[in-house]
Design a protein around this ligand. Structure first.
Ligand code: NAD
Length: 349
């Protein structure tokens, strides 16, 4: 146990709960990192982890990340996350989601959960049958709108801010962007970029996802192994974590990195490596907060699309502020963003 408390990712988590439900064959972990700013909020991830250690590391890292994301986003929310150790394609998924939801219900609103990898907005509705503290449900937006759209709009605003930072104007015409992953968020962000005149190159390991975009928009598609090394202004990772690493950073030709994938830096010191190469890096937890900003309005009142879109517009200003501070103070942008989050938390204690 003493090892766990001293782990980097543990970082003074307020509460970590191991949950089971024999009837549903549930094994999961709920991590509540910090509730100073408000109830902890963060999605539920369902994944067949290699082992409990793997799941624990993931949930602690993600939950701490939610504290930073919610604080920089200016939301009255703390950070938390939960994971279910299981294959999301297994037939007993519904029972497992509902069993996890009952555990979340027992926390009485100290922690709110939602979607993440392996858990969709439709799954959030399934969880809501057993729990009052579920947001980002498909039924909140009967016209098919879902939180990924909010995230994509935030990404678009982030890239506008990068354009302003690099070129002095947020006019996207001619800005060259390489998008890695055109799933729920990457595809929507690509559509918006193309509509505003950006020149977009895409890659995805899923050929169908590529074909859908190529059919609709004038974009270039390249081999997924080379998307990070394109000669572009902005590299936008919208697929996997840890894509900024010892191999990829030396190969980057972009002047900036701004994408929606979580945990893009393989290690914290990769932020310094980007800074040393004079590449403006927009910390992922800053630019991908649109989904939280959009979906979390339900926690306080009711789904409010207009208010959410107003908040998401603010990502533009926050990104510019972080990049300018990073340049002026000579520190990596991820360090600046983390300082901003921690200072907001400290001033609320
Ligand atoms: P998604 O699963 O809908 O799309 C991801 C896409 O990336 C898929 O099309 C997949 O085929 C592709 N991909 C996987 N490996 C790839 C590779 N090596 N090269 C190129 N493409 C690859 O996921 P999403 O909802 O779009 O989320 C993307 C990222 O953004 C994830 O890291 C997620 O955690 C993060 N994120 C999403 C949201 C949201 O609202 N959906 C919010 C915050 C953060």
């Amino acid at each position: 146990m003493s090892d766990l408390f001293s782990q980097v990712n543990f970082d003074d988590h307020e509460q970590v709960i191991f949950v089971t439900d024999a009837g549903a064959d549930l094994r999961g972990i709920i991590a509540i990192h910090n509730t100073v700013l408000g109830p902890a909020a963060g999605g539920c991830r369902m994944q067949p982890y290699e082992g409990v250690d793997d799941a624990l590391n993931d949930v602690l890292r993600l939950s701490r990340g939610m504290t930073l994301k919610n604080a920089v986003a200016g939301l009255p929310l703390g950070g938390g996350k939960c994971v279910i150790i299981a294959d999301p394609d297994a037939p007993n998924k519904k029972a497992q989601l509902q069993a996890m939801a009952r555990h979340v219900q027992r926390l009485g609103g100290r922690y709110w959960t939602a979607i993440d990898v392996g858990v969709s907005s439709e799954d959030a509705d399934v969880m809501a049958e057993e729990c009052d503290y579920i947001f980002a449900r498909a039924s909140e937006y009967p016209d098919g709108f879902n939180p990924s759209h909010f995230t994509a709009i935030g990404g678009f605003n982030g890239i506008r801010a990068v354009a302003k930072y690099l070129r002095g104007s947020d006019d996207l015409r001619g800005l060259r962007v390489a998008v890695q992953g055109v799933g729920a968020t990457g595809a929507e962000m690509t559509s918006r970029l193309v509509k505003h005149g950006a020149v977009v190159t895409i890659a995805d390991v899923n050929e169908r996802a590529v074909a859908q975009i190529v059919d609709r928009h004038s974009v270039f598609a390249v081999d997924p192994n080379h998307i990070h090394a394109q000669d572009v202004d902005v590299f936008a990772p919208c697929a996997l974590g840890a894509v900024l690493n010892d191999t990829t950073i030396p190969e980057l030709k972009a002047r900036a990195v701004c994408g929606l994938a979580n945990n893009q830096l393989a290690r914290p010191d990769h932020g310094q490596q980007l800074f040393d190469r004079n590449i403006a890096y927009v910390p992922d937890f800053v630019v991908n907060a649109g989904g939280m900003m959009g979906a979390s309005t339900l926690i306080f009142s009711r789904p409010d699309r207009e208010k959410a879109l107003d908040n998401i517009e603010g990502i533009f200003t926050t990104v510019i502020k972080i990049l300018e501070r990073s340049r002026d103070e000579g520190k990596p942008s991820a360090v600046i963003a983390e300082e901003m989050a921690l200072s907001r938390i400290r001033s609320s204690v």
